[in-house]
Design a protein around this ligand. Structure first.
Ligand SMILES: Nc1ccn([C@@H]2O[C@H](COP(=O)(O)OP(=O)(O)OP(=O)(O)O)[C@@H](O)[C@H]2O)c(=O)n1
Ligand SMILES: C[C@](O)(CO)[C@H](O)COP(=O)(O)O
Length: 241
């Protein structure tokens, strides 16, 4: 019988930053509801996001981080843990949420999958693909999508250059890292980094790029709602048949 110490088993947590105001999504004259709460295909957007994570049994817990005073989840039936420690930037919201995960018993070696509330088209298969690709990795990684179009840089409204795109990817979420490493990386990187990977990269590490899908887009502009609605409706109609 071997007496060698076994490495500790790592759990998987999801952290959903849900504390944005959605300023770019506001159509002129529309009610100023944060975009993640706007109805899409019969449900508030974030409920579609949470349904995808609820369909991945190896996720131990889902923590949703909302703004102080946000009572949205008091009126929903959801098994998620909700914390109202959202910050002024997405990075602050995530850092505060990681602190809450530690307080709730998560360990530094556990994994966290950080996923935008506003990416409501993510699928359980994509979440599983990210976990499968990263769980044995020393750093972690993210879903990302190769550019489909020719890429230009700009100078005062005109093309400055055509940029080689063979090595360019659009960063998506979930982004999956060890909770301890990510917490330290975000503290060092500050409040302005726009994704978890940037903070990890600033440590000199190279997160793994895992192919996502064009459909895993972030609802950002008013026209994105109709596309998200059409995709969700089409998925539901295929499932119900
Ligand atoms: N202070 C913030 C800002 C953003 N987010 C969340 O981060 C995700 C991605 O951010 P983004 O699409 O930029 O959302 P908003 O900041 O709400 O959008 P905008 O920049 O248009 O105001 C969203 O789920 C959003 O709720 C957050 O939790 N806390
Ligand atoms: C994390 C992210 O979804 C990766 O694409 C994105 O950076 C967050 O949104 P923002 O518009 O950059 O704040």
């Amino acid at each position: 019988m071997s007496t060698a110490a076994q490495p500790p088993l790592s759990r998987f947590f999801a952290l959903i930053p849900c504390a944005g105001v959605g300023s770019r999504a506001l159509a002129a004259g529309a009610a100023p509801i944060p975009k993640q709460y706007q109805p899409i295909a019969g449900q508030p957007m974030v409920m579609h996001t949470l349904a995808a994570f609820a369909s991945v049994p190896r996720i131990a817990d889902v923590l949703v981080v909302v703004s102080a005073g946000d009572d949205f989840f008091e009126h929903q039936s959801s098994t998620c843990v909700v914390s109202d420690c959202g910050g002024a930037t997405r990075a602050e919201t995530v850092a505060n949420g990681l602190h809450d995960l530690f307080e709730q018993g998560a360990q530094g070696h556990d994994w966290v999958l950080v996923h935008d509330a506003a990416r409501c088209l993510v699928t359980p298969a994509q979440i599983n693909a990210l976990i499968d690709a990263c769980e044995a990795d020393a750093v972690g990684g993210l879903l990302a999508h190769r550019l489909a179009d020719t890429l230009k840089s700009e100078d005062q409204g005109r093309v400055a250059a055509t940029v080689p795109r063979a090595d360019k990817w659009l960063a998506q979420t979930p982004q999956m890292f060890r909770i301890g490493m990510l917490s330290q990386a975000l503290q060092a990187a500050g409040a302005e980094v726009t994704d978890e990977s940037s903070a990890i990269e600033a440590l000199g590490l190279a997160p793994k790029l895992v192919p996502g899908s064009a459909q895993n887009f972030k609802v950002t502009y008013p026209e994105d709602f109709a596309l998200a609605e059409a995709i969700l409706q089409s998925r539901y109609s295929q499932r119900i048949d």
